[in-house]
Design a protein around this ligand. Structure first.
Ligand SMILES: NC(=O)c1ccc[n+]([C@@H]2O[C@H](COP(=O)([O-])OP(=O)(O)OC[C@H]3O[C@@H](n4cnc5c(N)ncnc54)[C@H](OP(=O)(O)O)[C@@H]3O)[C@@H](O)[C@H]2O)c1
Length: 332
């Protein structure tokens, strides 16, 4: 680092572990945008379960991709909203001052570089705190509705309806005309109902797998039930969408998802493990336009200042985030 190098604060780690044990603020060089990249002045970062897994290095098999024995990328955070600060060679569609959001990498920092192709325009009037909530969770919810082939009149159950993905999913399935049942904890039943769920199941009181009337689509976000239990809540010709599953520390949801894929061709129910794809053209922008139009509401449950980013991630890691958790770096 030369005497002239500009530096910034970032939340980083060199070892895998729990957020409170391994993550800390540090001073690092401000990144330079490469070809096809844009540097964003970060205003807000929303946290996701993915940030927790990447901090822990779980499942262990994933370390083959994200670094063994240490994380390749040391700065955590993915979702970002902010203002374009400078553009790299070859970027013509963005200019300094543009308001943008994306699912990127290494966003828990004062500046981050994002591929230009991943950026979405943030409409005027949508605050960065809400815009940052959209990319990963909103797109996962959008794609889950598509994978589940949710249509008007379907009875749809969302297990894990009150978290980051669930709060978008309840709204998007309702907008598609489905009759949504949301499963969540006692403290969040009002929130889930306010987002459009017609029925709410408090998992502390009732077991949705014992429902008398089966569902056309079950979307599992909580990942805490076996394939057999989830299928028991599903109509004979229904669709099960699996986004996760805690599984083992070593393999994560791999076995449950493999079992679902292998079983699906031999049963009437469609069993669909699913991994969201980021960067699909227009998806984040489309969701942000719905936010601007008032037809989609990012349910931001808590905000934290940048100095408390590690506490924010530790809160998400406890598994009971209410809606989205957002770290705010700059107001406005
Ligand atoms: N496949 C993919 O591409 C993809 C993409 C994004 C996320 N995911 C997965 O989707 C899951 C949810 O992500 P997220 O970002 O929404 O997580 P999150 O914001 O941390 O939310 C977790 C939610 O789980 C709920 N929950 C906890 N215990 C529960 C139980 N026993 N029954 C039902 N719900 C329970 C909590 O509700 P209460 O607070 O009310 O208890 C909380 O709202 C994660 O496992 C994540 O890995 C997968």
């Amino acid at each position: 680092m030369t005497a002239m190098t500009r530096t910034m604060k970032a939340i980083a780690h060199d070892e895998y572990g729990e957020a409170a044990d391994v993550l800390a603020p540090r001073e690092v060089p401000v990144p330079e945008p490469g070809r096809g990249e844009v540097r964003v002045e970060v205003h807000a970062v929303s946290l996701n379960a993915a940030d927790v897994y990447l901090t822990r290095g779980e499942p262990t098999i994933g370390r083959l991709a994200f670094g063994w024995p240490r994380p390749k990328r040391t700065i955590r955070g993915r979702d970002v909203a902010g203002v374009v600060d400078s553009v790299g060679p070859g970027v013509t569609e963005w200019s300094p001052g543009d308001r943008v959001a994306a699912e990127g990498e290494e966003s828990l920092a004062e500046y981050t570089c994002v591929k230009a192709s991943l950026l979405a325009r943030v409409p005027d009037g949508v605050p960065f705190t809400e815009a940052a909530a959209v990319p990963l969770a909103g797109v996962t919810a959008l794609q889950a509705v598509r994978v589940g082939e949710v249509k008007a009149g379907d009875r749809v159950l969302v297990n894990g309806a009150s978290g980051g993905v669930g709060t978008f999913l309840v709204q998007l399935a309702t907008a598609a005309g489905a009759e949504v049942t949301g499963v969540c904890g006692a403290g969040n039943t009002d929130l889930v109902r306010s987002l459009g769920a017609v029925h709410v199941v408090d998992y502390g009181v009732e077991d949705f797998t014992e429902a008398k009337e089966p569902y056309d689509v079950v979307i599992d976000l909580a990942g805490n039930r076996s394939l057999r239990e989830l299928r028991s809540a599903l109509a004979p010709g229904g669709t099960l969408v699996l986004t996760s599953g805690h599984g083992s520390r070593a393999m994560g949801p791999l076995w449950r998802n493999a079992a679902a894929s292998l079983t699906s061709p031999f049963v009437r129910q469609r069993l669909r493990p699913f991994l969201a794809r980021s960067g699909v053209d227009g998806e984040v922008e489309g969701l942000l336009e719905r936010v601007a139009a008032g037809t989609l509401r990012p349910a931001v449950g808590r905000t934290y200042p940048f100095e408390r980013a590690v506490d924010a991630l530790a809160h998400v890691a406890r598994g009971h985030a209410r809606g989205k958790v957002v770290v705010v770096l700059r107001e406005g």
